[in-house]
Design a protein around this ligand. Sequence first.
Ligand code: NIG
Ligand code: FE
Length: 410
Amino acid sequence: MSPGQSRPFDGLIVGAQLVTLDGEHGYAIIEDAALGWRDGQLAHVGPRSQLNGAPEAVASEVIDAEGRWLTPGLIDCHTHVVFAGDRAGEFEQRLQGASYEDIARSGGGIVSTVHATRAAPEEELLRQSLPRARALVADGVTTLEIKSGYGLDFDNERKMLRVARQIGHELGICVRTTFLGAHALPPEYAGNADGYIDAVCDWLPRLHAEGLVDAVDAFCERIGFSNAQTRRVFEVARSLGLPVKLHADQLSDSDGAALVAEFNGLSADHVEYTSAEGAAAMGKAGCVAVLLPGAFHVLRETRLPPLQAFVENNVPMAVATDCNPGTAPLQSLRLAMSLACTHFRLTPEQALRGATCHAAQALGLADRGRLRVGQRADFALWDISQPAQLAYWLGGQLLHSAYAGGVRVA
Ligand code: NIG
Ligand code: FE
């Protein structure tokens, strides 16, 4: 290449085995592959032999993967990583027989994290939350959804969403924020859930105007909010053009799946108690089922999501950590994949799709989750000898490196 002539790729990885997930089935593997990117997007995904010239001639930076496996960057599409304090004491109470609902009704649970989160200044909240996000990235996550929901007043919900955005800047990854004002009833609204929903509906446009909200969620449940209350929040979201998703049917069948499907929501999450009719409604609406096996595991839940009904209704299944201080103190998306295989009998391939392309769909993001020319250059290189190992190992350090938008982040 003559001086002054620019190379086609900013970066190029050679000698990798690619798990492209292109198409609807199978890993779609390309062996002895090359992956090139330019301006943050994939520009070559194919066999090394199809490269148009020597690697050094076509790319400014060349990395030899030495046979490692390369997948799309993992996408954690449901987390509550921003919070202060912890609830290890409640973990002990539950092991002695108290239920999650008992603890919530006696003023603990989500509300106890609300007290700790309100008390933490913004920098302190960032300081406590960053290590959790860092742990997820160190395990291959390049896109991270983060919810509010432990502030439950305007200033503290805003503080949480601002911290979520700062995490994205700090770690160089893409953070998608979700407003979860309707997570629990704060003590100052005791006995007045409808009044609290009025306040949530008032905060949402203001937070959105500050660019802090990418999507809207609610906890539709006996210990959360009713269908009618959830509907009111969703109507405001719809008027703002914001997509909705829902903590649906986690502890009881509250018809949450059908409700979020009615609003053409991105996803219904948890879904252990979702009925066959709910699954059918999700299928018609193109709504993703986000499986959260960490919460299932920690709560010692025994009721399985309607997995067969999801398959029959072509409902894509995503897998996420739900990382939170109550039901899922889980800081590894790979571990969530493993739990999804063991508890829900997903195959390791389904679990990987659940943490990549289906998770992208659950966030409404069409530009990532597969290795394909034109997609974002978000990918992870792994020290494994076959893709099933990603879900097989519980823990361990398997990640070699991860890139978001073509920039190394882990
Ligand atoms: O996804 N169920 C509601 N929200 C969270 C738990 C939050 C908490 O207990 O702090 C969940 O399980
Ligand atoms: Fe959750």
